[in-house]
Design a protein around this ligand. Structure first.
Ligand SMILES: *[C@@H]1O[C@H](CO)[C@@H](O)[C@H](O)[C@H]1NC(C)=O
Ligand SMILES: *[C@@H]1O[C@H](CO)[C@@H](O)[C@H](O)[C@H]1NC(C)=O
Ligand SMILES: *[C@@H]1O[C@H](CO)[C@@H](O)[C@H](O)[C@H]1NC(C)=O
Ligand SMILES: [Fe+2]
Length: 593
């Protein structure tokens, strides 16, 4: 009977589109190396009981971990069964069926000899863990035969990241922890933090009730999980180009020292501004790659770029793909921290952070009803009920627009605008009016370059249905604005691939420096989209085979734009965007092609 259930499960998984796979916390795979779905592995137990058995042993090589630490788990049972499992719980008070994840003992090394050992990475999810050996009998009754506790470092500060505010001399430092007792940042110009200044942080959190709907608001171990507290410290009086060292946390539990470079002031003369942009990353789970097969390599490449010097990073939506799974946010925040502690990491929202169809009154963006659902669009409920709430609490953005949803900032030679394709962008909308006002205010003598991003693209030749149609509507709404205000380049994701246009106006290629160049770079980790392309004269380069990111180096006269692969660091596409010349004759922006 077991075997039949098991085979049915496997069949289900095979039939399910890879796009919709929900990895388990351990990113479990089946014998064919196919990622298992969290919904398929959730076995229901009836009449499960605790009944410790001296002959069954279960232990780990440590009884205390800090965030993202490897543990080695060993079991020993003279009467082991094929379907016995080692399940893990957090907090330890969970019911037997409410495990976070498990391994079948038969999947662990040495099981033929009634003992086994395996490794797992554990994340500090702000509560202790309990391992349990579950003996499973033929009636699917689970008996807990042995347990082992692993505690987590008390109130450990985690997930550190920084962001610019848009105001000179400032930087925000953000992190998360279990408690909220006097969080602070200490910073100094010296690596040993001599003569450091202390800045207190402000703290927020959210509950399941603050989310817009299911499944994000379901409180089971695989979905809503107490996120702890989010802290933000605003550092002021920083000097351009100066290296600052800092720690975050409390006096009792402090982070390792990290550092960043003070951002330029408006009047600072800079020779060049160097930044990276991408969308659609997801979580990797070391040493495995999870369902975001490229995320590990791209993250590693970002670390190398950071070491070479980088001004900021733009991640325009589809960040963790948590869609309600608390553990995915913990894993993603840990993954990004090494880079985001050193380089301002500026995020925007994608469909997977925001799109929702219920609970609109809780939507932190203030969009009417349940957000943007025009009848020509394919805006659904891809946020899994999060409606941006987990994103808003984790990432504080410049506050000159609408929080993380739309904002802009100057950095060196570049004016960056990250706006939301998940909100109404049509003429007359709140967002459109803000975009127009912001574009109008750009001082091109100070920032010769205007870089815009949104999660969804205006131009895609890869997808001819939903996303293509949305792109056409974005063009109708926004292209004239981009032309009038001489937007040099627009970066998007959403399609998990790379594509670049000529400088283009309403579907017509124009000479360099007289039209916006559109780039899709949604290849930062989430499995690649292999759909075929339709031929359009404006599409100049396409790649749906490699993971990578966009690297942009701007000086006062040119922007060098490169698509860089990870792994490998190969430049597969590169082009120069020259300064914008005067606008040419009137164009027809209402063409539908
Ligand atoms: C436990 O085992 C893991 C995996 O082998 C190892 O990385 C880790 O350092 C070990 N921890 C301790 C405390 O020995
Ligand atoms: C989750 O949100 C939905 C939609 O707003 C609501 O109907 C449901 O009661 C909520 N569930 C929980 C457990 O709060
Ligand atoms: C600006 O960048 C372009 C393209 O990389 C390069 O050809 C040019 O020499 C640079 N100008 C200066 C002043 O560095
Ligand atoms: Fe997307």
């Amino acid at each position: 009977m077991f075997l039949i259930v098991w085979l049915l499960l496997l069949e289900n998984i095979g039939a399910r589109n890879l796009r919709n796979i929900e990895h388990t916390p351990f990113h479990k795979r089946n014998a064919q190396n196919i990622l298992l779905d969290v919904r398929d592995t959730h076995v229901l137990f009836s009449d499960s009981v605790f009944s410790q058995d001296e002959s069954v042993k279960l232990f780990a090589n440590t009884s205390m971990i800090s965030n993202e630490e490897a543990v080695e788990i060993t079991w020993n049972n003279p009467a082991a069964n094929l379907f016995d499992m080692i399940a893990i719980y957090t907090p330890p008070s969970r019911r037997i069926e409410d495990y976070l994840d498990f391994r079948y003992v038969s999947d662990t090394k040495g099981w033929e000899k009634n003992q086994g050992v395996f490794k797992e990475i554990l994340f500090n999810m702000r509560a202790d863990y309990e391992l349990r050996y579950l003996a499973i009998d033929v009636h699917q009754k689970a008996t807990v035969k042995a347990t082992f506790r692993i505690s987590v470092q008390d109130n450990e500060p985690m997930h550190g990241h920084i962001a610019v505010t848009g105001r000179p001399g400032e930087m925000r430092v953000m992190w998360g922890s279990a408690k909220s007792d006097n969080p602070r940042v200490k910073f100094s110009q010296s690596p040993d933090l001599k003569n450091s200044m202390t800045v207190s942080a402000t703290t927020t959190t959210y509950t399941a009730d603050d989310l817009c709907g299911s499944r994000a608001n379901i409180t089971n171990p695989l979905m809503f999980q107490d996120p702890g507290f989010f802290h933000t410290a605003l550092l002021k009086g920083l000097k351009p180009g100066v290296r600052y060292y800092y720690t975050y946390g409390t006096d009792k539990a402090t982070s390792k020292t990290a550092s960043f470079t003070g951002a330029p002031y408006p009047e600072t003369k800079v020779a060049k501004t160097r930044f990276i942009g991408f969308g659609d990353m997801g979580v990797h789970y070391p040493p495995f790659h999870g369902d975001s097969t490229g995320a590990a390599d791209v993250t590693k490449a970002l670390e190398e770029e950071a070491a070479k010097g980088l001004d900021f990073i733009l991640h325009f939506g589809d960040l963790s793909y948590a869609r309600g799974r608390g553990y995915s946010w913990d894993q993603f925040m840990s993954q990004m921290s090494t880079v985001a502690e050193q380089i301002p990491y500026m995020v925007g929202v994608g469909n997977h952070e925001y799109d929702h169809v219920s609970g609109g009154e809780k939507d932190p963006s203030g969009a009417p009803e349940n957000g943007f659902h025009p009848d020509w669009g394919n805006y659904g409920e891809d946020g899994g009920g999060e409606c941006g709430v987990p994103t808003v609490h984790r990432y504080v953005s410049p506050d000159n627009g609408n929080g993380v949803f739309w904002y802009s900032f100057d950095y060196g030679l570049v004016h960056v605008i990250q706006f939301s394709s998940e909100h109404d962008f049509r003429p007359g909308s709140r967002q459109f009016l803000w975009l127009e006002r912001d574009l109008k205010s750009v001082d091109r003598k100070r920032t010769p370059w205007v870089v815009m991003t949104s999660h969804r693209p205006l131009y895609t030749s890869q997808e001819q249905n939903g996303d293509h149609i949305v792109g056409l509507h974005m063009r109708l709404a926004l292209e004239e604005l981009f032309y009038v205000y001489k937007v040099n380049i627009h970066l998007a994701g959403h399609l998990h691939s790379y594509e670049r246009t000529c400088p283009v106006i309403a579907g017509d290629c124009v000479s360099p420096g007289s039209g916006t160049v559109y780039v899709i770079v949604g290849s930062a980790g989430k499995f690649l989209d292999a759909e075929s392309y339709t031929e359009y004269p404006w599409s100049k380069y396409q790649n749906c085979e490699k993971f990578g990111y966009e690297r942009i180096t701007a000086n006062t006269t040119h922007m060098l734009v490169e698509f860089v692969t990870a792994p490998g660091g190969q430049v597969l596409d590169n082009f120069i965007v020259p300064s914008w010349e005067e606008n040419l004759a009137h164009r027809d922006f209402k063409k539908w092609n």
